[in-house]
Design a protein around this ligand. Structure first.
Ligand code: ADP
Ligand code: MG
Length: 565
């Protein structure tokens, strides 16, 4: 007896709905995307109980032609795709023609819609994918779709819905993403009658972002406007010091479609590079404009995962856009006054003894001459063998000597790698390194890279290596620790493919342990480091992302001394 049979329509729709509609926020996403595709300028989203009982989206877009209304809720019916060719150059958010059919099969749906040309609107009531009622009604141009009782007929799915707050948060997230990138559209989101997002239409992207994120966050924004012929990147990124501990404020779009793409996201991080503190996540709202033929959106039913042609080129473009933007800015972190008042008072009242201590800890530079070359700074001294004090025409600079030294070594080493001209230093007596089996594997996997970057290692017995040379940039100290740190760093490199990135890792690990040995820096050395630091590509942070320079503007100092308000 034959066992294979065709599934009935309702079952097919419910299966499809399983992929498209996961929770109330998916309903919101599909309805809002339809409104955007219909070129609405006003989209209002009413939500009751996290969308579990009601999601109602009204727009003033094109509306649906009266004879198409019933058709629109059938599966695989769309006005956005005509032929196969269209599939490879999608310019609308929707195209699969399955959202309304899916929603109608797992919730109760009501729609009122009217086009400009039709003189009446159409209203339909749908349950289980079946049109129960259809009538002509008077209506304004646009579409209203109300979706109630989500999953009322699929209890297994309903059970998995989270609490109202969680479900509503997902909805806020969707509306925020679309509202951010569409300043020309007015979005109004209410929850149980309360206004949550209201972003009136504006011509200015930044103003639009301000109405959604508020002024505090956005004052740390930098504009990105990049184009290279193939791709355009526009939007805003946060200054490195505004980076967050979570990724909530990150939005990446391709042709204004909010997307999730690991590589492109990473491009932003890589653009920040060591400007970013470890464990921090940058803020960004970036739209990538490319030819629609270069993006395949037909990868996943929810259409937020996309495949991009020559992804590495887009990766490079994003990275460059971010770097250009950061370099253009003067990114020395300004000091923010955060010390509580009482501590200030204690400082002033501290004993004479303590003051002497401060004085002895301060060492004045032998000559107060400006640094050589064309540096616009003047070295004043150092304190606690840790911080260098200098001045420029705008105020005072505090420089962390270790961070500065690390930055200098790091960039020198990478430059030598780039030039393929590593100065390696031969050790008079080779150092024996005992390695674990895992470390041995890592060394073997990277042996060529290590050789080419100046680390000459030779297998010695079963569990040891002889270290015969190392890059001279890192000096002669702490050699053992240094190589272990490098191995550790290479061990984390499972996702790293590009050699240059591995070299960055080597450099970061090596200078971390090389710099420890240089506790007391003498002035000639400080002069040299500062001169080199100011020639570095990124002089403001150490390779691990800690600040190397903090700048107190004169204005900041005057404010502290109450000379200025
Ligand atoms: P898709 O968006 O993939 O085409 P949907 O199931 O979401 O599929 O919608 C089916 C069709 O219904 C759309 O192609 C469009 O013609 C019409 N439609 C849906 N929502 C709207 C709306 N808000 N305004 C105008 N037309 C709409
Ligand atoms: Mg759609």
């Amino acid at each position: 007896m034959s066992k294979i049979k065709e599934l009935d329509k309702d079952l097919i729709n419910k299966i499809a709905a399983g992929e498209v509609i996961e929770r109330p926020a998916s309903v919101v996403k599909e309805l809002v995307e339809n409104a955007i595709d219909a070129e609405a300028t006003h989209i209002s989203i009413e939500v009751i109980e996290g969308g579990k009982s009601l999601v109602k989206v009204s727009d003033n877009g094109s509306g649906i032609e009266k004879d198409d209304v019933v058709m629109s809720i059938q599966r695989h019916t769309t006005s956005k795709l005509n032929n196969l060719q269209d599939l490879f150059q999608i310019t609308t958010l929707g195209f699969r023609g399955e959202a309304l059919a899916s929603i109608a099969s797992i919730a109760k749906l009501e729609m009122i819609t009217k086009t400009k040309e039709n003189d009446v609107g159409v209203s339909i009531t749908v349950e289980n994918g079946i049109v129960l009622k259809q009538e002509y009604v008077s209506a304004k141009q646009g579409t209203m779709i109300a979706v109630s009782d989500l999953f009322y007929n699929v209890p297994a799915r309903k059970k998995h819905l989270k609490g109202i707050a969680v479900e509503f948060n997902h909805i806020i997230d969707i509306i925020t993403r679309y509202a951010l990138i569409h300043p020309e559209m007015h979005f109004l989101l209410t929850h149980n009658g309360k206004t949550i997002i209201n972003s009136p239409s504006t011509t200015d992207l930044l103003n639009n972002i301000i109405t959604i994120y508020g002024r505090d966050l956005t004052k740390e924004f930098l504009a990105v406007n990049f184009a290279n012929g193939d791709v355009e990147i526009n939007g805003y990124i946060g200054k490195p010091n505004a980076a967050r501990t979570d990724k909530e404020y990150q939005s990446l779009y391709i042709n204004k479609r909010y997307i999730k793409n690991y590589v492109l996201n990473k491009a932003v991080y890589d653009g920040y590079g060591t400007f970013l503190f470890h464990g921090r996540h940058p803020i960004f709202i970036l739209n990538i404009t490319i030819l629609p033929q270069k993006v395949d959106v037909n990868v996943h039913p929810s259409k937020s995962i996309v495949r991009v042609d020559k992804e590495y080129l887009i990766y490079e473009a994003i990275k460059k856009a971010v770097i250009d933007c950061l370099v253009e800015e003067n990114l020395i972190p300004e000091v923010i006054e955060s010390r509580p008042k009482e501590i200030d008072a204690k400082l002033i009242l501290s004993s004479a003894g303590q003051f002497i201590e401060y004085q002895t800890a301060f060492t004045q530079a032998p000559s107060l001459l400006p640094l050589k070359q064309v540096l616009n700074i003047r070295l004043i001294g150092k304190i606690h063998n840790t911080f260098i004090i200098a001045e420029d025409e705008k105020g005072m600079l505090l420089i962390d000597q270790h961070a500065a030294h690390e930055r200098v070594m790091y960039e020198k080493f990478l430059q030598e790698c780039k030039d393929k001209h590593i100065h390696a230093q031969q050790l008079l007596t080779p150092i024996v390194l005992h390695v674990t089996p895992n470390e041995r594997v890592i060394i073997e996997q990277n042996i060529e890279l290590l050789q080419s970057t100046g680390f000459n290692l030779e297998l010695f017995g079963n569990d040891s290596y002889l270290l015969r040379s190392l890059p001279s940039v890192f000096g002669r100290t702490q050699q053992k620790q240094l190589i272990y740190d490098v191995i550790d760093e290479l061990n984390l490199g499972e996702t790293v493919k590009i050699e240059e990135i591995k070299e960055e890792r080597i450099a970061r690990a090596a200078c971390r342990s090389a710099v420890k040995a240089h506790d007391v820096l003498e002035f000639p050395e400080i002069y040299r480091i500062l001169e080199e630091l100011f020639q570095c590509e990124n002089k403001f942070t150490c390779p691990h992302g800690r600040p190397a320079i903090i700048h107190y503007s004169l204005y900041e100092l005057e404010k502290k001394f109450k000379r200025k308000e």
